[in-house]
Design a protein around this ligand. Structure first.
Ligand SMILES: *Cc1c(COP(=O)(O)O)cnc(C)c1O
Length: 447
């Protein structure tokens, strides 16, 4: 299956995840030639290595231009120095102020292009506890071939999160406020996908985090940061606050393509399933606790399966067996030789809320930078694994204004929303209330 079909399918029919059969290689000379490209042009070059004939370069160039034109910084992903050898790449200048815009803005454009080319349309349904919903809405608003129904638990998302979704008035965007919890919303979405007739009638689709094209779009900024700091002639470390293993997986892919990445450092909050894995070789599911960094409050790292495929030498049977064990027992273990291999590239660090809050204050006091509770975990992890001669880039995943309460409580600074998004606080809201009932939700979508 090619890039276009894998993008539109999302998940394979057998429940597996799509991954390229081989890694495209980028030579040192090629990288040097890429140093002066704009972000859009670099994205076009990198993504063309994955899309091949499915999406010609001229089309990719239009898609990446449209994807990144609504960003609030002309560098798209600016790099800022925090300390000697320590940098943060700000991935929060997109329309919803978090790094998910990098993948979703591109995916929205790509979906629309592929569907239009095939003379098809689709209906995307999703459930959100806050952040993913607004990123998907901003990515899909105004597109001709795609409409979106986003379910959120009524009264259970913050005012900013709700307004980021409901003040989007485009005809193809529909917000449903469900009288229930986030789990109820997710169950309604699952039930709609399980209703074969309904699924077919509306050409239902999902743009969730396991879509390969989302990972591919995230590979681009690893190249951008490394090229700015001297790659391919100098090695580089990345420190990535992650929960789903999605963002850091893109770094692994960049390394397979030839980027001289020395270490990929994972930052976890108290939901530390990944940090425990890299300490012990056992992936063990525990309950989720709420933290100051809610976008990393997860129980299962859904993209880890892709790395497991690589770590086992692409042994499909073994991956299936480990994932089945995980589904049944809530845990699985890898062999010690495999853990040694994994530790050559990956390191991990966990922080509880108290440490996170202290680190926000420390960073502010040492260099005046105000950081959000996700990104700052990356800073602490980067410091722990600092090596002389190897610069480390922390991926800044959210704008501090998005988590202003935690920031103010930690360092005493109030951060206002950037001017270009302030209109959400006064704009008209559009949302439909619905009972927590499958038939009620389906009748809204049936129109
Ligand atoms: C989604 C999100 C993350 C975690 O992303 P992964 O895909 O789990 O790597 C981290 N920070 C913020 C602000 C997010 O929105």
């Amino acid at each position: 299956m090619g890039y276009a079909d894998a993008t539109l399918a999302g998940l394979a029919n057998d429940g597996g995840l799509y991954f390229p059969a081989t890694w495209p290689q980028v030579s040192a000379d090629q990288m040097r030639a890429w140093r002066n490209l704009s972000y859009n042009d670099l994205a076009t070059e990198v993504l063309s290595l994955f899309s091949g004939e499915d999406v010609p370069k001229a089309v990719l160039s239009k898609l990446t231009t449209a994807a990144y034109e609504n960003f609030g910084h002309s560098a798209i992903a600016p790099l800022k120095q925090l300390d000697h050898g320590l940098y943060v790449m700000e991935l929060f200048h997109g329309p919803t102020l978090a790094f998910k815009d990098f993948a979703l803005q591109y995916l929205g454009q790509l979906y629309n292009h592929l569907l239009t080319e095939r003379n098809q349309t689709c209906t995307i349904v999703g459930a959100t506890s806050g952040d993913t919903g607004s990123a998907a809405i901003e990515a899909i608003r105004g597109l001709d071939a795609v409409s979106l129904y986003m379910l959120h638990p009524k009264g259970k998302v913050s005012e900013v999160q709700r307004r980021q979704m409901t003040t989007v008035l485009d005809q193809n965007i529909h917000n449903l406020a469900v009288d229930g919890t986030f789990d109820d919303c997710q169950n309604l979405v699952k039930a709609m996908f399980n209703d074969a007739a309904f699924r077919r009638k509306h050409q239902l689709s999902a743009v969730n985090s396991i879509n390969w094209s989302r990972i591919a779009a995230q590979v681009v900024y690893y190249f951008r940061a490394a090229l700015e700091l001297g790659a391919p002639d100098r090695p580089i470390n990345f420190s990535v606050p992650t929960g789903n293993f999605g963002n850091v997986l893109a770094g692994y892919v960049a390394k397979q393509m030839g980027l001289p990445i020395n270490k990929l450092i994972i930052g976890s909050n108290s939901n530390d399933i990944l940090t425990r894995f890299f300490e012990s070789g056992t992936m063990q599911q525990l309950g989720v606790t709420s933290t100051l960094s809610p976008s990393m409050d997860i129980q299962i790292s859904s993209n880890f399966e892709r790395y497991l495929f690589e770590l086992t030498g692409r042994d499909t049977d073994r991956v299936r067996q480990l994932m089945d064990t995980f589904a049944t027992n809530g845990e699985f273990s890898i062999e010690s030789a495999e853990l040694e291999t994994a530790k050559k590239l990956f390191a991990a660090h966990r922080m509880d809320d108290k440490e996170t809050s202290e680190e926000i204050r420390r960073v502010y006091q040492s260099c005046g930078e105000i950081m959000d509770p996700h990104s700052v975990i990356g800073v602490a992890a980067a410091k722990k694994y600092a090596e002389p001669g190897v610069p480390t880039v922390v991926l800044g995943t959210a704008h501090p204004a998005k988590f202003s309460q935690a920031v103010a409580d930690s360092c005493g600074k109030n951060v206002a929303l950037p001017k270009r998004v302030q209109h959400i606080m006064t704009g008209d809201e559009h949302s439909m209330d619905t009972a927590n009932d499958l038939a009620a939700v389906q009748s809204i979508i049936n129109g």
